[in-house]
Design a protein around this ligand. Structure first.
Ligand code: ADP
Length: 445
């Protein structure tokens, strides 16, 4: 052993103490050896100094080794202890001392340089290994307690988040219900305003001055506009609550397109915009919800007219492979920057979000279209360039399947194929647009 060991010998018998000392010296153990005669002296020596090993005679002057070991234990003094037993004491040593906490024992009759150094080394090794194990155990216990505490904290946080989630869902549900109720309630008086204005404008019904007719026409137009906004809010809240159903039937797509275009023509005329339609379908019949298809068209057309100051608006319908059709609505309007491609499909989002914005609207139109198209199992593509124009392409299956739940359509941006249904994939950038060759001669990006 390289290190100098501090060793304490506790024995009333001087001959025995000399035997231990000389055996250790002969064995060449580098040590600082202290000797005491009784248990009390041993206890005070061990209370003030740290020893590497104690050789302890079983019989002491004032007490036996067992009492001293228990005393050391209760004072939490830890040290490797080798009990030296007299002839015939081995049994007691094994039964009592090892159980009480001694590290090892050796019969005094067997003391020799070899046996003593062997016992000394193994006692120190065992003691150190025990200390390390105790330390590791302590660390494990602490880590375990920390983990339990963290787990409890996580559980608390999870409960808190669940609670907040629940509150949010409830608030969102309340908001949707409120929107649905209020827009529904407002529609009834609005229909009366529109209906009576129309009756008043009938020449047979009333003799109106030019000024009166003009005023009633304004009431009628504003009423219609307000009704359209209310319908958007109602649709949106229905989609959010998963309560909007598609009522599919077989109908003539070109007729619905002509109807929508017919309804929007006066608005285009008022802005001196040409409104062109090109239908290129071998079979014009499709299976879908005609009211919702028309709504999509009216919405796209009204945006195209709203955001175009000069030039033209066009609608083009074509067959696609795999029994699909594409409806394209294009304009030569202000265009949309690529960074806004995704945003404009989110509810209440507009490129110009200021209150003083030039173009009015709720910001719900495209969000509703996006959800409806997804419910129909279709996809929307956007191609646009600032200052040049925009084109919205709606790809639809000729025959829709009514499996999509309406609520999912708004809640998740993932379409039936699991494709992320946003600007990233479907609403193409303008650079992609030029490659996509949209094929209408009037529109060049
Ligand atoms: P709203 O038209 O009521 O504002 P939409 O959801 O229909 O709401 O459209 C969202 C936004 O997308 C619009 O505010 C506008 O900024 C942009 N947008 C939609 N269509 C066009 C278009 N044809 N040309 C330019 N910008 C458009």
């Amino acid at each position: 052993m390289e290190e100098t060991l501090k060793i304490l010998v506790v024995d009333a018998d001087e001959v025995d103490r000399i035997a231990v000392r000389s055996a250790l010296t002969k064995a060449g153990v580098q040590m600082e050896l202290s000797e005491v005669r009784d248990g009390n002296d041993a206890f005070s020596a061990l209370s003030t100094t740290t020893y590497d090993c104690v050789f302890l005679s079983y019989h002491l002057l004032d007490q036996d080794a067992l009492t001293l070991i228990q005393q050391l234990r209760s004072s939490e003094i830890k040290v490797p202890l080798v009990v030296l037993t007299a002839q015939g004491d081995e049994q007691i040593a094994v039964q009592l001392l090892l159980k009480a906490g001694a590290t090892d024992y050796l019969s005094k009759s067997r003391i020799s340089p070899e046996t003593l150094t062997q016992v000394l080394r193994s006692a120190i090794r065992v003691y150190r290994a025990e200390m390390q194990a105790a330390l590791a155990n302590q660390q494990l216990r602490e880590t375990h307690e920390q983990l339990i505490r963290k787990n409890q904290e996580l559980e608390r946080q999870q409960q808190h988040i669940q609670m907040q989630n629940f509150n949010l869902l409830e608030a969102s549900q309340l908001k949707s219900d409120f929107l649905a109720t209020i827009s529904h309630e407002l529609r009834t008086p609005m229909n009366a305003i529109i209906g009576f204005s129309q009756i008043l404008l009938r020449p047979k019904f009333a003799q109106l001055t030019h000024q009166q007719a003009d005023m009633i026409e304004r009431i009628l137009n504003n009423g219609k506009h307000l009704l359209m906004l209310l319908n958007e809010v109602l649709d949106f809240s229905k989609l959010e609550a998963g309560r909007l159903d598609l009522k599919a039937e077989i109908f003539d797509l070109s007729k619905v397109i002509n109807l929508a275009v017919g309804e929007m023509r006066s608005l285009a005329d008022a802005k001196n915009l040409s409104l062109l339609v090109q239908t290129d379908l071998q079979n014009t019949l499709i299976f879908n919800d005609p009211v919702r298809v028309k709504q999509i068209l009216i919405n796209l057309l009204s945006n195209a007219i709203k955001f175009t100051e000069s030039g033209e608006i066009w609608v083009e319908v074509k067959e696609l492979a795999e029994n699909r059709v594409v409806i394209q609505v294009g304009d030569t309007g202000i265009g949309i920057a690529p960074k806004n491609f995704k945003r404009i499909f989110e509810a209440f989002r507009q490129v110009d979000q200021t209150i003083t914005r030039k173009y009015p609207g709720t910001g719900l139109g495209l969000a509703i279209i996006d959800s409806l198209v997804r419910m129909m199992g279709g996809k929307i593509f956007l191609e646009s360039k600032l200052g040049i124009g925009s084109m919205f392409k709606i790809e639809l299956p000729r025959q829709i399947t009514l499996s999509t739940v309406a609520g999912d359509a708004l809640a998740s941006p993932v379409d039936a194929d699991g494709v992320f249904c946003s600007a990233k994939n479907h609403h193409q950038s303008s650079s992609q647009a030029s490659k996509a060759s949209i094929g209408y001669p009037k529109f060049k990006l």
